[in-house]
Design a protein around this ligand. Structure first.
Ligand code: GDP
Ligand code: MG
Length: 698
């Protein structure tokens, strides 16, 4: 059993194609977790194990994999690079203790690496950087290092230097050990050879080591003293100081290599052990003590009370539902009962497993610091806090990006109808950014996700895993709605049912509301409900029912059935009839009042605006910007990257369909772009009218 201080929970973050999967495959091979190395281009790597991933050569689902290197247990979470899957990255970052940022020695800091890097900043994840692909034509270590310093962090500090590049990559200088690792030309990937630094490189190495020591001296008194006295400084002293700097998030050691050519990854493994934190080294997330609503800190202690976060649900044909949990404190034994603090349910930990990619090892308990999967649970979902009895603590909810693209679908055969809704429910359970909605007018099923690729994969899975074929409409933007005017509405409901009167009455005031400026609410990003009725006569359960119904009614806007955002609902009057008043009646009255009110309150459509990053040779920049303007876009910034320029722009998603083709023709195929959701914004009134005409036909 590994000591907790010997565990490393790490993630690998990077732009698509930087080499995450290739590097992970090496990490697994060198640690004897797998015995044959797969390649991305052959479609047989360990972490890209879903069919769709193999075909497309991209990583979609982050699978945790456990491996061992020199007595340390490394739990790797492979995170996807495509922006459609930022939810996966986000949830991985939430439960990791450390990360490796991988960069391509040619492409450098690409847009998606910048995005994930800043996501990791948000969670203060300690990191090391690895500049991969030094064997590629055009590799430029210095340039990428500068980009990392300028764009990501001034704390980036070389602990290695490449010797040569491209076809002439011959080794790596290890500035900590002061030796070189020799480029592996043998057939055996595990041939790790070292040598003394040759005379002609000694000066360069010494200078670089000096810079390194200067940068980390502050973190260790002993090293500082030795440095000031001009003494020889041992590798172990440097490692100790580096480790402290990394864990405090003040140093990012920079390593290099070529994963494809099996070079440098063994040093990366050493660096994971040496510099990235164990669960005991980091501050755990704050929790709310539910008995008094105060914030408290958990401790990574297997003997403390059990608390864990469920961060991912995965449904598999044979095993059923897997719920991945990160244990923060205490121990959960197989067979024990646990409590779900988020939804109040309790259930049993029937089976606990540790994942080795798609292989599963049964274990009999999970301790503080562990990442494991529960099998056979029914009521545990992504974002839930689970604990032992009498430990009423709540971890903060997980934040997921908005789902902005929808497609209407219908089963090809009537027989598939039931199977389809069951399959969609399962997929929805797995993926917090995938949503299913039935149009109240047409009965059509609308599936919503992060992007076209995301929904493509979902449809593909429906076919392969569930054997359901569907007809699909064109991808469309998911609009939201808001209101611009204040209005008051009331609704009274009095019905006779089975010779009994049911009664409900509400009077509501609807007004525009900006949660961004409401400190109480801006984290939840919710609409607001205020009860202004002061009366002891009305039972709390009725007020609660009105509130719930008010929130539920916000899912259907008056214009396009979009979600209503930025709405405040005040209950300004109600009445209570002893013996007649009934919760259901108040719910119905509230729903009716809200739909009536929304009609009168100057509804406006909100459209998703995307952050778009375009990288192009300078020659085409003018045309590309002209085209952005045509698309109602705004150029935010233009940056120069060597021979190319990078345009950062905000463009409505509605104007982005077909953009890949357009940008190819504008740049003779040489510009690339990525986009991700930024915010919802009010649509111009003229466009709103056109849009309504187009969608509703009037
Ligand atoms: P991911 O998208 O970050 O998972 O990247 P992959 O591991 O799928 O790699 C993308 C492509 O780059 C694949 O074709 C790899 O074979 C290739 N690749 C990965 N590492 C290296 C490297 O060190 N050198 C070269 N030349 N190619 C590499
Ligand atoms: Mg990959």
């Amino acid at each position: 059993m590994t000591e907790i201080s010997d565990i490393r929970n790490i993630g690998i973050i990077a732009h698509i194609d930087a080499g995450k999967t290739t590097t992970t495959e090496r990490l697994l091979y060198y640690t004897d977790t797998i015995h044959k190395m797969g390649e991305v281009h052959d479609g047989n790597t360990t972490t890209d194990w879903m069919e769709q991933e193999k075909e497309r050569g991209i990583t979609i689902t982050s699978a945790t994999i456990t491996c061992f290197w020199k007595n340390k247990q490394i739990n790797i979470i492979d995170t996807p690079g495509h922006v459609d899957f930022t939810a996966e990255v986000e949830r991985s970052l939430r439960v990791l203790d450390g990360a490796i940022g991988i960069f391509c020695a040619v492409g450098g800091v690409e847009p998606q690496s910048e995005t994930v890097w800043h996501q990791a900043d948000k969670y203060s994840v300690p990191r090391i950087a690895y500049i991969n692909k030094m064997d590629r034509l055009g590799a430029d270590f210095e340039n990428v290092l500068e980009m990392i310093k300028n764009r990501l962090t001034p704390n980036a500090t070389c602990i290695q230097l490449p010797i040569g590049k491209e076809d002439h990559l011959t080794g790596i200088i290890d500035l900590v050990e002061m030796r070189i690792a020799i480029f592996n030309t043998s057939d055996n990937p595990k041939n790790y050879e070292y040598a003394e630094i040759p005379e002609n490189l000694l000066e360069v190495a010494k200078n670089a080591r000096e810079v390194l020591i200067d940068k980390i001296a502050d973190f260790d008194d002993e090293l500082m003293l030795a440095f000031l006295e001009g003494d020889d400084i041992s590798p172990s002293l440097i490692k100790r100081a580096l480790r402290k700097g990394v864990i405090q998030n003040k140093i990012v050691p920079v390593l290099t290599g070529s994963s494809l050519k099996n070079f440098g990854v063994h040093l990366l493994l050493n660096a994971i052990n040496d510099y990235l934190p164990s669960p005991t080294d980091i501050a755990l997330p704050e929790v709310i003590d539910r008995t008094n609503n105060e914030k408290i800190c958990l401790k990574t202690d297997p003997n403390a009370k059990f608390a864990a976060l469920a961060f991912k649900v995965q449904i598999e044909k044979h095993t059923g539902k897997l719920v991945y949990i990160r244990v923060y404190s205490g121990t959960l034994k197989k067979g024990e009962i646990f409590y779900n603090q988020t939804n109040g349910k309790k259930e049993r930990a029937i089976r606990l497993i540790q994942m080795q990619s798609n292989k599963k090892n049964d274990i009999d308990h999970a301790r503080a610091g562990d990442i494991v999967a529960l099998v056979g649970t029914k009521f545990t979902f992504t974002g839930d806090t689970i604990t032992e009895e009498n430990n009423p603590v709540l971890l903060s909810k997980m934040d997921f990006p908005e789902s902005v693209i929808s497609i209407a679908i219908e089963p090809k055969t009537k027989a598939d109808q039931d199977d389809l809704s069951e399959a969609l429910t399962r997929l929805e359970e797995e993926d917090p950014t995938f949503k299913v909605k039935q149009d109240k007018d047409t009965g059509q099923i609308l599936i919503t996700g992060m992007g076209e690729l995301h929904l493509d994969i979902i449809l593909d899975r429906l076919k392969r895993e569930y054997n359901i074929s569907v007809n699909q409409g064109n991808p469309q933007v998911t609009y939201k709605e808001t209101i611009t005017e204040i209005c008051e509405v009331d609704e009274e409901l009095r019905r006779e049912l089975n010779n009994k009167i049911t009664y409900g009455y509400v009077k509501l005031r609807l007004s525009p509301y900006d949660y961004e400026n409401d400190p109480e609410n801006h984290l939840q990003k919710k609409n607001k409900f205020i009860n202004r009725v002061e009366s002891d006569e009305i039972p709390a359960s009725i007020i609660e029912a009105i509130k719930e119904s008010a929130f539920n009614s916000c899912s259907d806007g008056p214009l396009l059935s979009g979600q209503i955002e930025g709405l405040q609902v005040e209950l300004i009057d109600t009445a209570y009839h002893q013996g007649e008043s009934n919760e259901v009646a108040y719910r119905v009255a509230t729903g009716m009042a809200i739909s009536k009110g929304l009609q009168k309150a100057g509804a406006l459509i909100l459209e998703p605006i995307m952050n778009v990053t375009i990288i192009s040779p300078v020659d085409f920049i003018g045309d590309i910007i002209g085209d952005i303007n045509v698309r109602r876009g705004r150029v935010i910034e233009i940056r120069t990257m060597g021979q190319k320029q990078e345009i950062l722009a905000e463009i409505p998603l509605n104007e982005m369909f077909g953009y890949s083709t357009r940008i190819r023709s504008l740049s003779q195929g040489r510009a690339v772009f990525t986009m991700e959701f930024k915010k919802y914004e009010k649509i111009p009134l003229q466009l709103q009218q056109n849009l309504l005409k187009k969608i509703r036909g009037y």
